[in-house]
Design a binder for this molecule. Sequence first.
Ligand SMILES: [Ca+2]
Ligand SMILES: [Ca+2]
Ligand SMILES: [Ca+2]
Length: 219
Amino acid sequence: MQVGTLTFSDLIRFDDAVYVCHIEENELLSLIMTPGDVTGSAIVELIKPDDVIPLWQVIIDGGAGSDFSGVTAATADDWRLESSGAVSLLVTDLRGDSDEDEMPDWWEVTYFGDRTAADPDGDPDRDGFINLHEYLAGTNPLDPDSLLKVTWLRPTGDDLDISWLSVPGKQYRIDGRTNLVTGNWSLLTNAIPASATDAFTVWRHEDPSTRFFYRIKLD
Ligand SMILES: [Ca+2]
Ligand SMILES: [Ca+2]
Ligand SMILES: [Ca+2]
């Protein structure tokens, strides 16, 4: 590993650069520092040992007019980059899970204040949704109004619109059945992307022709 601080005295403009950032321990990372503004486009490649899980660590520290919108992580599913004020760019490991309970450290810290504090089967907000399912659905485990549920059913001519609470970036499937006593659930549709702008998503069941029961699941 080659962790170190690279200090500049003036502004930095990245020009489609690759910044290879080495990480040695949770709080020991490569850092670029300058009193000048940092702008331009760059891809950040993060290299670390498997058992190291950095959370909200500064990797670039620049002037007050810095703009990090052109700086992205090479593997965006594994890492999140975010600005703190205008001056710092922070990195968070999105996958690392030190207690291997399927809820990553960043999520447990965000809601429970510690890397390993969340009980996967716990339901502290008592909405009937355990913590592990809240994580998978992208809902808030401390807010009883944040969960995956149907919000309304609305007839539109011969069709029926179904609305449910959704989280941007998630996908859903809808199962249906005509009788809750006999028969089974069958898939009506899947891979429905969540609305990117609203807190709910709507799907239209075209001409159901008979009474249906519905359930929404994460896809
Ligand atoms: Ca965990
Ligand atoms: Ca819950
Ligand atoms: Ca909840």
